[in-house]
Design a protein around this ligand. Sequence first.
Ligand code: FE2
Length: 280
Amino acid sequence: MISDSQLADWNRDGFLALPGFVPIDSCRELRAHAVSLLDSADPGLGGALTVFSTTDQSHAQDEWFLTSGDKIRWFLEDGVVHDGALDRPLPLAVNKLGHAMHDLDPVFNRFSRTPELADLADDLGFVDPRLLQSMYIFKQPGIGGEVTCHCDHTFLWTEPMSVIGFWFAVEDATVDNGCLWAVPGGHTGPVRSRFRRQGTGTVTDLLDPTPWPTDDLVPLEVEAGTLIVIHGLLPHWSGPNRSERSRHAYTLHVIEGGAEYPADNWLQRPADMPMRGFRS
Ligand code: FE2
């Protein structure tokens, strides 16, 4: 799926943008389907009012979040809950869906397991790629929040490090509506922290105090249908969506089947729902 020069770019930068990887019709179908899941949902459920915010980690203590590894759940934007109720329709209040649409939903499964993705995973060096988690990110107009600088290995730890993120632009992503930013070559830096379970909640272990090189972040403005591949150690960030346009994206995180997956990672899959690959 990728040329030698693209592979060289990947190794040098820690990310690779592949314009036109997904047909625009598939993006439109996924977008409509994600919204339809929320249209038919009941926002009144107690745990369903969980807010996802990377600047306030209180969501991490919530059962709704910690038990979502094998489910399809939504997480709200900051500031949409007043007096215990949503101040707007659910499809306009949600930050993201997570974290097992790729296994539980036929439309997401189809989008996530294409021959092109299977071949790309081979090209990137996976021996036995396993689809660990999926997220559908809404980045709502006006309220879509910042995602602070991080690398994915912090949250989806394996020994050795193996996670790669597949970030699909479902809609055009620009600086204005909160596109992804990344530090070219930043994947060669230290592993700064690990987020894990502790007791009934979570904790972040500081492993290296080196600050994030945020001055070196560059915007990755892409058109709908572009796939951005993200190395597990790449520092990346996205700003708030201050525009009037949504910036929907879909992400898949894939790990090596032979790598050790710690029992205290936040995301756990039950024994009767093992991770599957792109071709299984
Ligand atoms: Fe990430």
